[in-house]
Design a protein around this ligand. Sequence first.
Ligand code: CA
Length: 239
Amino acid sequence: MICIKMKILLIEDEPDLGVIIQTSLSHHQYVVDWAADGKAGWEYLTKDRDTYSLAIIDWMLPKISGIELCQRLRAEKYTLPILMLTARDRMEDKITGLDAGADDYLVKPFGMEELLARLRALQRRVPTFQPDRLQLGNLRLDYGNNAMAIANPAGTERSVSLTAKEFQLLEYLMQHPDRTLTHDQIRNRIWSLDTESVSNVVAAQIRLLRKKLAEFGCENSIETVRGFGYRLNSPDCHQ
Ligand code: CA
C-alpha cells in the first residue's frame, strides 16, 4: 500500500541526529519540521492543533523534557501519535515513557530503516491516524492509491490519481468542509517551515488541484475567499 505521508514534528536537540532524521524522512516524502528544544516543540504543536499528524520526541530535551511534553499533550487531549527517542533502555524508563502518553519507543542508536518501520507501524495501529478513505458529497479520497474517485448512480467508478501535494491539500480541505482555511494554515499544514518562502505556493497548488477536479466537473467546489484563503463546499462531481 502506498501511504500518503503526513507532516511530522521532530523535537530533538542533537543537531547531527536532527539533520539525519529530517533529511532521511524528507527523502521518504514526509514533511518534517524540526524543533531543537522542548519549549519550541510545544509552541510548534500548539500553534495550530491540526498541523502535525505525528510527533517524534526525544526524551532528554532542554527547557521542557520529552516526558513532560507527552504528559502536557495528552492532558490537553492531543491524540497525535508520539514516538519517543531516547538513549535510555531500562525497562522502567520505557514504562515511564509509555505511561506519559507515548505510543512507541525507539532506543538510540537506531537505524533509519527501523525508524521508518516504526512510523509505518504507527500509521497502521492508530485508527484515527489514517482512514482508508475520506468521503465528502460524492467525492472520495482513497488513501490506498493516492487517488480521488467518484461513483455514478449506476455504481461505476472513475478515479484520478493525485500527486502527494494535491492529495495532502484535498485531504486538508475535505477534513474541514465549508470552512475557510487561511493561506497560512494551508501552507503550515502542507509544507515544512523551512520551505523557501514562495508567496503563491498555496495558490499554485490550488490551481493544480482545481485542474484535477475539473476532470470531474467540480473545480468550483474550491471557493477562493479573497484576502483569507480557500473553502471547500460540498462537491457535486460527475463523470
Ligand atoms: Ca537529547
